[in-house]
Design a protein around this ligand. Structure first.
Ligand SMILES: Cc1cc2nc3c(=O)[nH]c(=O)nc-3n(C[C@H](O)[C@H](O)[C@H](O)COP(=O)(O)O)c2cc1C
Length: 215
């Protein structure tokens, strides 16, 4: 069985498409068909579409409705290219910075080799990047929920997204936060690339659900 078949089976057998309230089918399709997109056309993403994604993001639940998130949107090509190179250089720094060590990157030879290769593009050439910052150190789980909302909404608009955990050490640097008007006590939760997908992205596989207790 191919990865695609196995995922299709999961989607077919587990998602009650058509059984929920009006509109539920689209949301379920988004959940099952969203992909981490790593190839984009050069088309810019219109401002209204980015605004729609941010609005979807802030409709995520948050603990005590604190909404502990703030957003940076980067569409300027020169800034994206410069940040991509600086983020790469940070990852490859020797000795590694504290943030890179904490991220676990330094101990991963496979990732180090990937980042060192000449064609490594940390933002996958996407025309837009949204960085979700937690406005307090306990706010990152809420930001992850906002991130998923954003990615699902993007799929529904025909846009592709990819979370870029590798860029977290970069966006948590004091000088980068200052450059982006981000308060120094905010914590980068997840950068996400956004753009029109260039072609189809095949599904990745999922291991079976592990139920370790059901009492
Ligand atoms: C927290 C987090 C960090 C990630 N960081 C990266 C990254 O730096 N670069 C990348 O290309 N993909 C990154 N991904 C995407 C995953 O590799 C991808 O979601 C996973 O392989 C499953 O594929 P799918 O999203 O298409 O289902 C990240 C995903 C998550 C949730």
């Amino acid at each position: 069985m191919t990865a695609a078949q196995s995922n299709a089976d999961v989607a077919e057998t587990r998602s009650p498409l058509g059984a929920g309230p009006p509109g539920a089918e689209g949301a379920l399709k988004a959940i099952y068909q969203r992909r981490a997109v790593r190839a984009y056309t050069g088309d810019p993403v219109p401002r209204e579409e980015i605004e729609q994604l941010l609005d979807a993001a802030i409709h995520a639940p948050s603990a005590v409705n604190l909404q502990p998130w703030g957003f940076v949107v980067i569409q300027d090509r020169e800034t994206l290219a410069r940040y991509a190179e600086e983020a790469r250089m940070l990852l490859l720094g020797d000795p590694p910075s504290e943030g890179v060590v904490e991220s676990g990157f330094s101990g991963n030879d496979w990732l180090r080799q990937m980042a060192a290769s000449a064609d490594f593009a940390i933002f996958h050439g996407a025309p837009a990047l949204v960085v979700i910052y937690a406005t307090n150190s306990g706010g990152t789980p809420d930001c992850f929920l906002a991130a998923e909302n954003l990615m699902l909404a993007a799929w529904m608009l025909g846009l592709g997204t990819c979370p870029i955990g590798l860029a977290l050490p970069f966006f948590n640097q004091e000088e980068v936060k200052a450059d982006l008007n981000v308060p120094s006590d905010w914590v980068a939760a997840l950068p996400i690339t956004v753009g029109r997908p260039a072609g189809e992205t095949p599904p990745t596989t999922r291991r079976p659900v592990q139920i370790v207790a059901w009492r």
